[in-house]
Ligand binder design. Sequence first.
Ligand SMILES: [Mn+2]
Length: 321
Amino acid sequence: MSAEIIDEEEATKARVKERQRATALSVRASTWPPVTPASHGQQQPPLRRNIAVGDLHGDLVNTKAVLKMAGLVDDRGRWTGGRDRLIQLGDVADRGPDTLALFRYLYQLRKEAAAAGGEVVLIMGNHELMTLMHKKHRLRLPFMRDPFSEHGEIGRWLKHLPIMQVIDGTVYAHGGVSPYWAKLGCERTNLQAQKSIKRYIHSGDLLAAKMQFPVFGDNGPAWYRRYAYDKDEAAVSELLDEALGALGARRMVVAHSPTRSPKMHVRCQGKFIDIDTKISRFFKWPDGTPDGNHLSALEIIGDRVTAIYPDGRELISCGAD
Ligand SMILES: [Mn+2]
């Protein structure tokens, strides 16, 4: 009986320690450019909502719809999320016609959120990397190329996006963070990306640049697909636990790998969640089959993780176990 109580005490202490470590990591994780929340509460504020949204691919209408569904904006797309934090997991660019308008919208939303004490965090996706390198056909047109050039209206912002983040014990990346980058750590991985982004942009050859700068390569956080698509559950579990352990985090949330259904792909007892349900109406599978317009947002409050869909909410985990 008393041994059980002691065990429980130990477990509680371990949980508190783990949480402190995760908080320390999230505080250290930097977002660029830095923004200072306008309001500072005197009392301990309630837990803020972290809302993660996946690939938006040039669809402004569905972007506003998904943010409204998650309770972050009003009918006109203006921030009503208060202190909430939106984490957009990359691939804002391409497929649909609204790439430039979408980045302008998110830039404005970022300011509105900061003014309300909230936050908008954008993570670098592989399409942002390709856009910065001007690899997309459309970007050969000067009116599109200029805003996305290194010093352009959007480019000068995009080139500083973090390639991964750890926020409140959850790892966020566009593709996924393999144990290699997890062991290097969030701060140093982002630093490595920042150090090479300029040379990457000017390399002009995607395949060569992927080899030269592994942080932007197929096993880097923006392109990795193994957690999402490897069918070997045991192997994925082992890799994921290694990465989460190295980062002192409890779960990893990614996009980039379209899910087979309109629902999120949850693996490894909720420790891995792929939220790319194909939100954009312009999504097509590689064989050309259209399959988009599936809205979803992931809400994390403390350890309560809920998927939000147009037809309702689905609890993924409640942190009680
Ligand atoms: Mn992608």
